[in-house]
Design a protein around this ligand. Structure first.
Ligand code: BES
Ligand code: MN
Ligand code: ZN
Length: 496
């Protein structure tokens, strides 16, 4: 989609801002005058209140060239922020994408502490996020189901400043789209080898990408990761992406992702209903991949390594059994009591690699790890676990700012004890129906060295969401959750 910033508003449709009341902001007031008060009349007739994301569509008003005018609410103007501007733009794009509109004119205003340049830039980012579709396999779309919108014109005074700000930030949108695409791809198309090939393509953006195969992982002793993939006809891979943007030689921050390209549960097989959603069980790896692309596109001045463990968890004559004891790269032995608690096994070896082979200064891992986190937090917040209060605080702040909020849950010795095994160093489930997300976090923590700041994000509830989506910035099943929080964490904490 073409994005332009200009002084003059032109196009098939226009979007203007309203605050709770409703009150029209300046661009809306001007259009209202030109149309002889059509917007004011329509707002009253529709009981329109200007609530956040609330849309009023006025068709064919006289006195202006637009065939539709969208009044879109920002909610309470004293609380509206940059994300409100993104949602405003996202909602405008969502409402016009298949409407017949080809060019949408966004007419932002300054509000609260947001300048008009920021409002315009953020609205353009939001419009792109809201116009996302995954139509790769839909070959029979009717003309009216196909996107008509191909151009967004942001009309404001000081267009150059808004354009500059947009261009500086826009890389993360491509990162979010990469993550969404990867989560959406069907598991016959996206498996460890094809996932790794897609990541190899990121070298075009200046990332160094290394793909470790089964033999190389065997040589490193990665029995935990390899055990998960041993029942699959698709070979497991570990992919290491490096972005060295810092001038100084400094230890990197490591982003580690769970990349189970399909999770049947293995021999501890899952029920059939809804199993198709387990194509998204590589959402952590997708977020890490998208974040690495975002960092490369904006040439982040930081050293960052992205590590994704790619496996397919299948039942098979050669599959791992409940009761198997595997030896991880760290040397710790693991009793696998449930082959469906596989993500933590993959992360155990990937996290070890981050520390021993990449000398990570800090680690964030992301994983669609537990159904229990959906019981706790639903689809709004991701679960955060950390051994470092400051690091956890930085992630909470980054998440809030980017519309990817996280909620911290506890770690404590009493939970850790629950995964001691009588037969090995550790077992992969507690065997009790209690605190499933916390014991899973403790499992990963056993592979993190004392003194390394580490945070674990359980994104099982946020990597994809029930449809239909009401989120103006996330219209599809796959959300791309994680790209934005990681991108901001690096920007705020690790850049020179
Ligand atoms: N990938 C699943 C977790 C999951 C569930 C993600 C639902 C998204 C939606 C994970 O591998 C898993 O199967 N976890 C088990 C752990 C249990 C066996 C201790 C779970 O949550 O049931
Ligand atoms: Mn599982
Ligand atoms: Zn899984």
């Amino acid at each position: 989609m073409d994005i332009r910033f200009e002084a003059e508003a032109k196009g098939d449709a226009a979007a203007v801002m309203a605050g709770e009341g409703p009150v029209l902001l300046d661009a809306g007031k001007a259009l209202d005058e030109k149309t002889g008060g059509a917007l004011t009349k329509a707002m009253a007739a529709a009981r329109y209140k200007g609530g956040a994301n609330q849309v009023l569509e006025v068709l064919a008003p006289t006195g202006v060239e637009f065939s539709r005018v969208l009044v879109i609410g920002l909610g309470n103007l004293d609380r509206a922020d940059g994300l409100s501007a993104e949602r405003w733009g996202g909602q405008a794009a969502r409402r016009t994408i298949t409407s017949g509109t080809e060019t949408l004119a966004l007419m932002p205003d300054a509000f609260n502490k947001i300048t008009v340049a920021e409002a315009g830039a953020r609205a353009a980012l939001g419009a792109r996020l809201g116009a996302y579709r995954f139509d790769a396999y839909r070959t029979k779309l009717k003309p009216e189901q196909k996107p008509s919108l191909n151009s967004v014109l942001v009309a404001l005074e000081g267009a150059a400043a808004a354009r500059a700000r947009y261009e500086k930030d826009a890389g993360f949108v491509d990162g979010v789209f990469l993550a969404r695409d990867l989560v959406s791809e069907p598991p016959n198309v996206l498996y460890p080898g094809s996932f790794a090939n897609r990541l190899k393509d990121l070298e075009a953006h200046g990332l160094a990408v290394e793909v470790l195969d089964i033999d190389e992982m065997k040589a490193l002793g990665m029995g935990a990761l390899l055990g998960v993939g041993q029942g699959s006809a698709r070979d497991s891979k570990l992919v290491v992406m490096k972005w060295n943007g810092a001038k100084k030689k400094s230890r990197p921050i490591a982003l580690v992702g769970k990349g189970v390209t399909f999770d049947t549960g293995g021999i501890s097989i899952k029920p059939a209903a809804g199993m198709d959603e387990m194509k998204g069980d590589m959402g952590g790896a997708a977020a890490v991949s998208g974040a690495m692309l975002a960092l490369a596109l904006r040439k982040a001045k930081a050293n960052v390594v992205g590590i994704v463990g790619l496996v397919e968890n299948m039942p098979d004559g050669n599959a791992q059994r409940p009761g198997d004891i595997v030896t991880s790269a760290s040397g710790q032995t693991i009793e696998v009591l449930n082959t469906d608690a596989e993500g933590r096994l993959v992360l155990a070896d990937a996290v070890w690699y981050a520390q021993e082979k990449c000398d990570a200064a800090a680690i964030v891992d992301l994983a669609t790890l537990t159904g229990a986190i959906i019981i706790s937090l639903g689809h709004e917040y991701a679960g955060l676990f950390s051994n470092d209060d400051e690091f956890a605080g930085a992630l909470q702040a980054a998440g809030l700012a980017e519309g990817e909020p996280v909620w911290r849950l506890p770690l404590a010795p009493g939970y850790d004890k629950m995964i001691d095994s009588p037969n090995a160093d550790i077992k992969n489930i507690s065997g009790k129906p209690a605190a499933g997300s916390i014991t899973a976090a403790h499992f990963i923590k056993r592979f993190v060295k004392e003194g390394t700041p580490w945070a674990h994000l359980d994104i099982a509830g946020t990597a994809w969401k029930p449809m239909p989506s009401e989120d103006p910035l996330s219209p599809a099943w796959a959300t791309g959750w994680g790209v934005r929080i990681l991108n901001r964490l690096v920007a705020q904490r690790y850049e020179e």
